[in-house]
Each structure stands twice: as C-alpha cells, then as structure tokens.
Design a protein around this ligand. Structure first.
Ligand code: HAM
Length: 424
C-alpha cells in the first residue's frame, strides 16, 4: 500500500523549510518590537467555541470545520483560526486581570479548514496572527494594521493594497441590517438556500456569498458606511488619519465584510496586485471584535487583530521573485580516512559542535573524493582532513574552501584556530 499525503496539506522539506524559519523569525522579531507576546493554544478546542466565536452562519462553521467526537463523546474541532482560541485563553486565564492592558498577543501555528484546495488555499495552513485585547483606542487599530503592512514591507513585497472598511458599532450595524433585509427580502427566492437562511439570521453574510456574488442585487446592496452613526464615523476617521500620518496608503471598500461574524468597526484586508496569483489575492485580514470576549464568557473587553498565512506570503514572494537571505551552509566538514582516523574525526566533530560550529562528517566509509563532494554539497566553509599520518603527528589539515588555502593545525588547537579564523 502506498500512502499519500492528505489533500490540501503539504510536507515542508529541507531546502524549503529554511524559508519558513526565516519568515517566522521575522514575525517574532516584529512582534518583539511592537511588544506583542507569544501565546500557544491547543490545536483543537470544543466545537461550541468556534460556533459561538466565528459564528454559526459563516462558511467556516457551516462547511469547513474538521469536527470529530473523541472517545469520551465530546465534540472537538481542529481550530480553523486563532482568534476564538486566543480569546478563550484570555478569558480562562483571566488575562484581563493583568495590571497592564491591553494584552498584546501573537501566534504562529497550523489552522484547518475543509476548503477546495488550490494554490494559496490549503486544508492545513499556518497563520501568523496578533490579537490586542483591552483597548478601544483607534491607535491600536492603526498599530495592528501597521504591523501587518510592515511585515510584508520588510520582506520586500511590492504592489500591496490595503483595503479598509468600518462595520460600525451595534447601533449602526442594526440600522444596516434592517436596510439589508428590506433590500433582499422581496427577491430572496432568487438566492441560494444558504442566503435564504442568512436573511433572517445574519443578512450581512449574504454579501459574502460565493454562489450569488454576481446577482444584480449585490451591487446595489446598502453599504454599511451609509449607516454609521456619529461615533462610528469619528472612530473610522481617526483610524484613517493615523494611517495617513504613518504614510500607509489605503483604499476604503464599503463592500468589505470579512468572512467571520465577530467583527465591528474597523475591518481590513491586505491584497496583492499583479499576475501570477490566480484568484487568491488576499494575503491577510483582520479587524475589531468588541463583543467577542463577552460572547465567550469574559468581561466586556474590546479587541482587534489580524492573521495571515505563511503559505500565501511565500507564494507572493515567489511570484515577485524575491529571494530571502537563507543559507544551509555549514561551517566545517570533517574528512577522516582510515579506522583510527575515523574515531578521531568523530571526536573532532563533537568538540567543534560543542564550541558552536555547525559540523558534519562521513558515516558511510566513502572515499576521499566522495567526501570532498559531500563537503562541497554542504557548502562547508572549512574542510578538516585527518588520515593515519596526520593522526600519528597529532595534526589535522584544515582547508579553507573559498581560497583553497591549507594549513596543518595541532589536534588540540583546532577549536581555537577556527574560532579565531571565523571571528567567533
Ligand atoms: P481569515 O480572513 O479567515 O481571518 O484568515 C486570515 C488569513 O488566513 C487569510 O487572509 C489568508 O492569508 C489565510 N488563510 C485563510 N484560509 C486559508 C487557507 N485555506 N489556505 C491558506 N491560507 C488561508 C481569520 O482567520 C481571523 N482570525 C483574523 C483575525 C485575527 N481577525 C482578528 N484577529
């Protein structure tokens, strides 16, 4: 029987994994500068958490969750996103009680959605996301958006488009909701069964429907921006001013609704323009979710965050021909020839690794030429050669691969010699 990897998942092999490590390191460094701390939550949670958090009229909950019953009869779900889990943990661990607020958190980890796989759309994908809980100041909205944009900018991505919208506060949303019902109700039978159900439960979701997106009523649907009350309007104006002052350009798209139910006020997505992206042009998305903490059983606490997938980021870097400065080079390769020399060679590798060098050696009794080839393949900076005659004299031949320069070095001086040579 031949086993195959599940559809919509991927193996990340050496040669590619270095790119992942590089961008993850970038994300961590950015979060350090913005003072967001890492949080790690379980891969699976109670199903109910996502039904409540993400919203039971969303595609994610209705069609895309990996839900299963464990042996104890509990319904569990592989997390489709990171916000609900982060908020659950914030509430359960009473992080709202910490003296310093807002609580600024980030995560990097796999998420699972049963979607139709295509380039940039996976069933298992890795999200880098941040969540700031405990402030409803527009400065934090701008900060979260800036962090997302800076991440891409620092990696060298071009042609980014930041699209923002305001979904308003509860009062504005209720007014908009009523207008949507009036707009769609008379012709709702022309829409799919999902949309018909959405009309009563959550008409905003109709605007996000993939099946009915070309229906003529979609283009003329009332836009939330026309229903914002004064407070929501002022809030949105402040976010826009902050972004403008930071030199971050954006477009306002009144049709941006996002695919999750918890949003209000600020919503945003970062898109990428240009050829080569197919239908997937959204790199990341986020927004404000002021009611979510309460929905999940915590005290009334505002929140905002965003998430992006590393898959889409790497795809964008590839399309734009941006190569990251990653290296698989090693410092030293030890070539040992002969039984006795092999023992000594293994000990040299051990000492070099202990001193902090990356070091490898032959394990298959290869000939000198094949060992040299391996050293080349690993792009070793130095090759250390030890045979019986070197062993007798207690020396090793050290060859600097870039110059071809060779030097005999006493066995007990090797580490010091290389430390000095490599300026460590
Ligand atoms: P989302 O828009 O569902 O939002 O996903 C955010 C990002 O995750 C997308 O823009 C995309 O980069 C990536 N993504 C989503 N689905 C897939 C997939 N099937 N394959 C590859 N990448 C994917 C959220 O998840 C919210 N939790 C974001 C947020 C955080 N809002 C507030 N805080």
């Amino acid at each position: 029987m031949n086993f195959k990897i599940p559809r919509g998942t991927q193996d990340i092999l050496p040669g590619k994994v270095e790119l992942w490590q590089y961008v993850e390191e970038k994300a961590r460094d950015l979060c350090r500068r913005y003072n967001y701390k890492e949080i790690r939550t379980p891969i699976f949670e109670q199903t109910e958490l996502f039904m409540r958090g993400v919203g039971d009229t969303t595609d994610i909950v209705q069609k895309e969750m990996y839900t299963f019953e464990d042996r104890g009869g509990r319904s569990l779900t592989l997390r489709p996103e990171g916000t609900a889990s982060t908020v659950r943990s914030f509430v359960e661990n009473k992080l709202f009680g910490n003296p310093i607020q807002p609580t600024k958190l980030y995560y990097i980890g796999p998420m699972f959605r049963y979607e139709r796989p295509q380039s940039g759309r996976m069933r298992q994908f890795v999200q880098f996301g941040v969540e700031a809980l405990g402030s409803s100041d527009p400065t934090i909205d701008a900060e979260v958006i800036a962090l997302a944009m800076e991440f891409y900018r620092e990696l060298g991505l071009k042609n980014l488009k930041l699209v923002i919208n305001s979904l308003g506060d509860t009062e504005s949303r209720n007014a908009h909701r009523e207008a949507l019902v009036q707009h769609f109700q008379p012709r709702i039978e022309e829409f799919c069964s999902d949309c018909q159900a959405r009309l009563a439960k959550n008409p905003l979701r109709i605007l996000d429907c993939k099946k009915d997106r070309d229906h003529e009523l979609m283009a003329t649907a009332p836009a939330i921006l026309d229903y914002l009350n004064e407070e929501s309007t002022n809030y949105f104006e402040k976010v826009k001013k902050l972004l403008t002052d930071m030199g971050i350009s954006f477009e306002v798209d009144p049709n941006l609704v996002r695919g999750l139910d918890y949003y209000n006020n600020t919503a945003f997505e970062i898109m990428i323009d240009g050829d080569g992206f197919g239908s997937i042009t959204t790199l990341s998305g986020g927004g404000r979710y002021n009611g979510l903490v309460q929905e999940i059983g915590g005290p009334e606490t505002p929140g905002i965050g965003f998430a992006l997938s590393i898959e889409r980021l790497l795809m964008a870097l590839e399309v734009q021909n941006i190569s990251l400065p990653v290296t698989e080079k090693i410092d030293c390769y030890v070539i040992a020839l002969g039984e006795e020399a092999k023992l000594a060679g293994a000990n040299i590798s051990f000492k070099l690794r202990q001193a902090g060098f990356s070091c490898d050696q032959d394990y298959l009794d290869k000939k000198m030429k094949a060992q040299m080839k391996a050293a080349d393949r690993f792009q070793a900076t130095y090759v250390l050669i030890i045979g019986d005659s070197e062993l007798e004299q207690n020396v090793v031949v050290v060859k600097e691969m870039a110059t071809g320069e060779q030097q005999e070095v006493a066995l007990d001086q090797i580490t010091d010699y290389l430390l000095e040579k490599m300026n460590l």
